[in-house]
Design a protein around this ligand. Structure first.
Ligand code: PGA
Length: 330
């Protein structure tokens, strides 16, 4: 096994990633016979089959899974080594793997864009999924850092707030409540409500807020994205509660309004998080420092928000809440 080459492990890794010999060959600019030959040599060295084919799909065998796990460790060590040496050379370079919840897509790509222009040597990947899926990724330690609306309870994490995330009640500009003041939550609970899908952090926070007052939203429809909800609100299908971040581009069109509801906005925060005990890469550490400036960096959005609501989103300093153990909540 020790005689197998790094190239063979790289080929193996690409096949696992793409689930296909052909795509792996394309990715690595190799011919398919070369890929097959490398895998044959690796299989001979291990002494057990690494893949099995069922129909048109290939699956890892038990030995393949073990090798894959070892491979991840080896390549992570390589990444770390590259980062350490580029840091020694005075360059901040390397990979940054970020996974964020759906709603963070309204600011995370912009922050990354600014970060990358300051550190052009950094290669970034951004995974956007809802809270449930982001937590699955965090639990299986698939990325460097995570951004979410509340630290998880089921795993020990390091987490800290870096930005406000107010949730507001949205309605169409033509809605009968659009010009009302100090609307009660009881009144809101009677309206047709458009909710995010289960597993969404926005939904969990909203339901918890209603439940605290012994109420439930009158869910008329469930939609899997903030954008779809906004369109349905504009279309008059009901009202909804979403992060104020989702309004970044819409208010100027004047089709949505933020209702004046008692107890709103729900004051949430954005957190970065990573599993406790994880050794952060240098690039991830630099990005965390960078995140501290998020309120100032996103000030143009905040100026825009400040004109339309009751709660300035930024740039006043965010309150930091650090949690390093299970069970912390906002
Ligand atoms: P969501 O998460 O995009 O899954 O709703 C947002 C949040 O947790 O605030």
């Amino acid at each position: 096994m020790r005689r197998s080459t790094l190239r063979q492990l790289e080929v193996f890794e690409a096949i696992v990633r793409f689930g296909s010999f052909t795509r792996a060959a394309e990715e690595l600019f190799l011919t398919q016979p070369t890929v097959s030959l490398q895998i044959k040599k690796l299989t001979d060295a291990v002494g057990l089959p690494l893949f099995e084919q069922i129909g048109k799909k290939i699956y890892l065998t038990d030995a393949g899974r073990e090798l894959h796990q070892m491979n991840l460790d080896i390549f992570e060590r390589f990444d770390r080594f590259e980062m350490v040496t580029s840091n020694m050379k005075g360059m901040k370079a390397g990979k940054l793997r970020l996974a964020v919840v759906t709603t963070a897509k309204y600011f995370a790509p912009r922050l990354l864009g600014m970060f990358c222009s300051e550190y052009p040597g950094v290669e970034v990947s951004l995974k956007v999924t809802n809270r449930e899926q982001t937590l699955e990724r965090l639990i299986s330690n698939r990325d460097d850092l995570y951004i979410l609306g509340q630290p998880p309870k089921q795993i020990d994490v390091i987490a800290e707030t870096f930005l406000k995330n107010p949730l507001v009640v949205l309605a169409s500009v033509n809605h009968p409540l659009a010009n009302e003041k100090k609307i009660t939550l009881q009144r809101i609970a009677k309206e047709s409500f458009l909710s995010r899908e289960s597993g969404s952090g926005t939904r969990i926070a909203t339901e918890r807020f209603f439940a605290k007052q012994g109420l439930k939203p009158n869910i008329r429809m469930e939609l899997g994205s903030n954008e779809a909800i906004k369109q349905a609100v504009i279309g008059g299908l009901g009202i909804s509660i979403l992060s104020r971040h989702t309004l970044a581009l819409d208010i100027p069109n004047g089709q949505l309004v933020v209702l004046d509801v008692q107890g709103f906005p729900i004051n949430r925060h954005w957190y970065y998080a990573y599993p406790a005990g994880k050794q952060l890469s240098i690039v991830a550490q630099v990005f965390l420092e960078y995140l501290q400036q998020a309120p100032q960096l996103l000030v143009d959005i905040s100026g825009h928000y400040a004109n339309i609501g009751h709660c300035p989103l930024l740039p006043e300093n965010t309150t930091k809440r650090i949690c390093t153990n299970k069970g912390n909540s906002e």
